[in-house]
Design a protein around this ligand. Structure first.
Ligand code: OOG
Length: 256
């Protein structure tokens, strides 16, 4: 296997050159894939970016089926990936982008990962509708589980709508069954329910805790957590895209 740094450079360059690359050689261990991811993100941090959150992937059946991967994965979000609600993304910086509707959480407190009983839900201070733009650095968006982990789980950009305050009990229940619609212009391109995110988006949030412990992701106050897509991803084309989660809110972006 090539050294971690060399593989991180390979994936980082693919993104910067906006050019897809072949998958990594087979046989990469998942723990090494997370080490490569850390080095890929480390390169961005060394260029002045700041960590702002964590994303989950493969938390819905639709995504697992679309990508042929059935294990929950996580990646890291930096400030350079953050697009303001109603903002725009430049398609020339992306290889073959796709967009997915998501639920985002914001941590109000650090999650103490040394506490085996830590309740991440009690550490959240906000919830919002969100869009994630993913852009695999691999040709044809084809990858294995370690490949996609090394590639920071295809993270490219994300947009978060208006934050809603912490959830009381009834609101928590409601959050598990809200209808989700993804629009490209006026056309509905995907529809589903928040239930499709591991049965309830809070289950996805809880699933992040053991992953964060195992692979050394800090979960600190102020971080955004993307709980994973509720539907399959669709190609991002020029024009406006909007997610509407009925009862929670909307988020939109324009690709140009
Ligand atoms: C990997 C990222 C998946 C999700 O929400 O399931 C993901 C990919 O599909 O390229 O972000």
């Amino acid at each position: 296997m090539k050294p971690i740094e060399e593989t991180a450079g390979y994936l980082d360059d693919a993104r910067l050159r906006v050019t897809a690359v072949p998958q990594l050689p087979a046989g990469l261990e998942l723990a090494d894939a997370y080490r490569i991811q850390r080095a890929v993100v480390g390169r961005r941090l060394a260029r002045g970016e700041r960590l702002v959150g964590t994303k989950l992937g493969m938390t819905s059946r639709a995504k697992m089926e679309q990508m042929g991967i059935s294990e929950i994965i996580c990646g890291q979000l930096t400030d350079a990936m953050m697009v303001p609600d109603g903002g725009s993304v430049d398609l020339t910086t992306l290889i073959h982008p796709r967009v997915e509707p998501e639920v985002a959480f914001r941590l109000a407190r650090d999650v103490d990962l040394s506490d085996p009983d830590v309740d991440i839900v009690a550490c959240t201070g906000g919830v919002a509708a969100a869009l994630e733009i993913i852009d695999s650095r691999y040709a044809d968006f084809r990858f294995s589980l370690p490949d996609v982990v090394a590639d920071n789980t295809s993270a490219a950009f994300f947009v978060v709508g208006t934050w809603r305050p912490p959830m009381h009990e009834s609101w928590r229940q409601t959050l598990g069954a809200l209808s989700v619609q993804l629009f490209a212009g006026d056309e509905t391109v995907e529809a589903g329910s928040t239930r499709e995110i591991l049965g309830h988006p809070l289950n996805a949030l809880r699933a992040l805790v053991p992953l964060a412990r195992q692979y050394g992701f800090p979960l600190s106050a102020g971080q955004v957590i993307l709980a994973g897509a509720a539907t399959a991803a669709v190609p991002l084309r020029a024009g406006p895209v909007r997610v509407e989660i009925f009862g929670l809110g909307t988020a939109s972006v324009r690709a140009r």
